[in-house]
Ligand binder design. Structure first.
Ligand SMILES: [Zn+2]
Length: 422
């Protein structure tokens, strides 16, 4: 058996097992270990994270990750809001889909997923500044899997600002950074198909909202986008690109960059909301504005604009467009087109899915901030409502939405062509 590797910590891993201390610990199991009878051959290629736990110790909060092999890792902290990010190579998360909300010790939230190709992440929200007090790995033994253990301790805001912000395992090597995780530009085309971008909201380490049954918004939006792409392309009139093809995080700005790279004429962002009042159901269409149509639209935009923060992205050095959306003059013509697009979407979707009474709203959505590509954000319904959630999990419903989107896009371009001719 290999020695336990310890890094700048006085804590011994067997603290976990010692009787008196164990009794002091209030350990909350967030995710059960998944026993995989079938996954062994497959696990040879992609590392698997099979469990994650948070435990409260007298003077620290302990994070334990269970893996099928020894993996390099890096831990760093971020401020505004305070977060701890654990970087890993690309891994497969074999933990049950369930609510990611954790309120344990200084931890107020917890999520994981793919951050960019080759690089997975765990992002932990903490309710006070903290530092990594110790970290080590425990090799697999006695039927227990390989583990990474990270101890966090509260520090003052001043110590947080001046102290070290990152630690890593001895075998950590920075993953190859791709400039962006969005699809690359395509080769020039010689047909006259129009290019439409479908943007499945959220992804990877940003799950979006979580339905009552445990379904993730990020998975619903991807399924709807794939179904709609198939339907739009089958018409022979459109070439459709998705801002993501799999369960991966994509920065908000990279999403509308895909539209520019591909000379797209339309951008549709797909989402599903949740709300405290579980009786409320229905979809709605949003367009960009620096003044929100109402308080709910403003709150929704603020929520959707948090994607980069949720994913633990370091936005240092970027323009503040994620937190504040400014509309420039170049956008006003595009915004008029977006308004027409929204009207067509409502006209076609209302026969297929239930819409809210006020179905067209506007607010400062960062993902819609493309200066020259007409854009709209479609909230497909509420995952907090049982009926909406049931529909949004149904492939037939995805096709209904896809057909409505096709008719709306057709009508939008028919009107545009008529206007160009007259
Ligand atoms: Zn969303």
């Amino acid at each position: 058996m290999r020695d336990i590797s310890c890094h700048d910590t006085g804590l011994k891993p067997n603290m976990q097992r010692s009787g008196p201390i164990k009794r002091l610990l209030q350990t909350f199991t967030l995710f059960a270990i998944v026993i995989m009878a079938t996954g062994q051959g497959w696990a040879q290629s992609v590392p698997v994270v099979s469990g994650a736990r948070i435990g409260v110790h007298p003077d620290s909060t302990r994070l334990v990750f269970e893996l099928d092999r020894d993996l390099p890792y890096k831990v760093f902290t971020l401020a505004d809001p305070y977060r701890v990010v654990i970087e890993l190579p690309e891994v497969s998360w074999r933990v049950p889909e369930k609510r990611m909300k954790a309120s344990v010790g200084i931890v107020s939230g917890f999520r994981f997923g793919l951050f960019q190709p080759g690089n997975s992440r765990v992002v932990i929200d903490i309710n006070s500044p903290a530092a990594v007090k110790g970290h080590f790995t425990i090799p697999a033994s006695l039927g227990k899997p390989q583990r990474i253990v990270i101890d966090l301790a509260t520090v003052s805001a001043a110590d947080f600002a001046s102290g070290p912000r990152s630690v890593q395992s001895a075998n950590w090597a920075n993953p190859a950074r791709t400039p962006q995780s969005a699809p690359r530009p395509q080769a020039p085309r010689n047909d006259d198909k129009r290019v439409v971008i479908l943007d499945p909201g959220h992804g990877g380490v940003d799950p979006g909202t979580i339905g009552g049954s445990g379904v993730y918004e990020k998975n619903i939006t991807l399924k709807v986008a794939k179904a709609a792409k198939k339907i739009l392309e089958a018409s022979g009139r459109y070439r459709v690109f998705l801002t993501r093809n799999r369960d991966i995080y994509v920065r908000l700005r990279d999403r509308f960059e895909v539209a520019h790279q591909n000379n797209a004429e339309l951008f549709l962002s797909l989402h599903a909301d949740s709300i405290r009042n579980r009786k409320i159901r229905g979809g709605s269409i949003y367009t960009l504005s620096d003044k929100a149509s109402d308080k709910e639209a403003e709150d929704l935009a603020a929520k959707e604009n948090k994607s980069d923060i949720i994913a633990g992205a370091d936005l240092t050095g970027y323009a503040p467009e994620v937190s504040r959306v400014l509309i420039d003059l170049a956008q006003s013509d595009t915004n008029k087109e977006s308004w027409h697009l929204a009207r067509q979407l409502i006209g076609e979707l209302k026969g297929e899915i239930k819409l809210l009474r006020v179905s067209h709203r506007y607010a400062g959505f960062a993902v819609l901030k493309s200066p020259n590509v007409p854009s709209a954000l479609v909230e497909l319904g509420y995952l907090s409502n049982r009926l909406d959630e049931k529909n949004l999990k149904n492939p037939a419903h995805h096709r209904r939405i896809g057909n409505a989107l096709l008719r709306a896009v057709d009508k939008y371009f028919t009107r545009k062509d008529q206007n160009n001719r007259s």
